[in-house]
Design a protein around this ligand. Structure first.
Ligand code: GYE
Length: 334
């Protein structure tokens, strides 16, 4: 379940190993946080986790990773699915505060609008860990740490591959972009990284860019509109595999061959995306690992014990071509 290769270059490996091996850390009981939402008499750490939703294969794998890792670490998990709505996440966090959980972790659906509820958690003395997606709060004391991917880098790697792929082009290369959830960190950052990379070749132009909300249905629907409005589409850049998979249906229905008539780049590298890449329907994927559970549980134990944690824990990732996807698929865990 655990890929040691995904961990940060900043010495997190050691922290992780220690955390995974330790069945309990000194000070892990609830007494030092002034109460717990756990069963009476239990000294288990209680973690309230607010998940974005179930919008993609990535998210499903992430939820499984968090649940399995909590069980393995002996942490009591209170899990809430916000169905892609910020108001639901704010409600869930307030519930966790009321229940006096020991630690709160959440994956913020969008970047803005968290200061008030984070302040409430801070006033209640409950440490908060951001997982997967960042917030834009200026006050960094509102949370202990942020663990997740470098989304700008994922966009940049996607753009750099395209620049190389199209370096012989003598005329315009028309790109359409399927953005993730509007206002979310991965949508903002992947767009930015990609735009910066393709700016080096003036032939590469994004002719349409719209949100497909990270879902297959969204990707299909928006791609249909793109195909109707743009007679010449050379490239699709989708902010995740699921939107790319949805777009495949629209492209095929329009009588075009995905991966040939239209070059397709996506992000995530979940199993279905990797299969499409191995089949030559996608051309390139930048990986984004959803297996954050073990790292998260280690951080939960540390912040609960009052130990210091790095401000930012970055997951390490790679990229895949069709040949690399074929080689990786048999052992792919998600
Ligand atoms: O890429 C997408 C999911 O926040 C990294 O959210 C995550 C993104 C992931 O819906 O598939």
């Amino acid at each position: 379940m655990l890929r040691t290769g995904t961990y940060t270059r900043r010495g997190f490996g050691a922290i992780l190993a220690a955390g995974l091996l330790a069945s309990g850390l000194a000070g892990c009981g609830n007494s030092d946080t002034g109460g717990s939402g756990g069963e009476a008499g239990s000294d288990k750490i209680v973690l309230g986790f607010s998940q974005v939703g179930a919008e993609s294969g990535w998210r499903t794998a992430n939820t499984t990773s968090v649940k399995e890792a909590a069980t393995e670490a002996g942490i009591e998990l209170k899990f809430d699915d916000a169905q892609q709505k910020q108001e639901n996440q704010i409600k869930a966090i307030r519930n966790f505060i009321q229940q006096k959980v020991d630690v709160i972790a959440f994956s913020p659906v969008v970047e803005s609008g968290w200061d008030t509820v984070l302040k409430e958690a801070k006033d209640a003395d409950i440490p908060v860990i951001l997982t997967d997606r960042a917030v834009d709060s200026a006050d960094k004391t509102l949370y202990k740490t942020f663990i997740g991917s470098d989304f700008v880098k994922e966009g940049r790697l996607s753009g750099e591959w395209l620049v190389e792929e199209k370096k012989a082009a003598t005329g315009p290369v028309n790109i359409v972009e399927l953005q993730g959830t509007t206002g979310s960190a991965p949508a903002n950052d992947r767009k930015k990284g990609f735009a910066e990379a393709i700016a080096t070749n003036p032939n590469l132009k994004v002719v349409a860019s719209q949100s497909g909300d990270f879902t297959r249905a969204g990707g299909k629907q928006v791609m249909e509109q793109f195909l109707k409005a743009n007679p010449k589409i050379d490239v699709l850049f989708a902010h995740n595999d699921d939107m790319g998979l949805g777009a495949l249906e629209a492209i095929t229905a329009a009588g075009k061959v995905p991966g040939k008539d239209i070059t397709i780049i996506t992000i995530d590298a979940v199993k279905d995306g990797m299969q499409a890449l191995a089949d030559g329907k996608f051309n390139f994927i930048a990986e984004c690992s959803p297996l954050l559970g073990p790292q998260l549980m280690d951080l939960v134990k540390k912040v609960h014990a009052g130990e210091s944690v790095p401000e930012r824990v970055e997951t390490e990732e790679t990229t895949f071509t069709p040949e690399q996807a074929k080689a990786a698929l048999p052992t792919r865990k998600y």
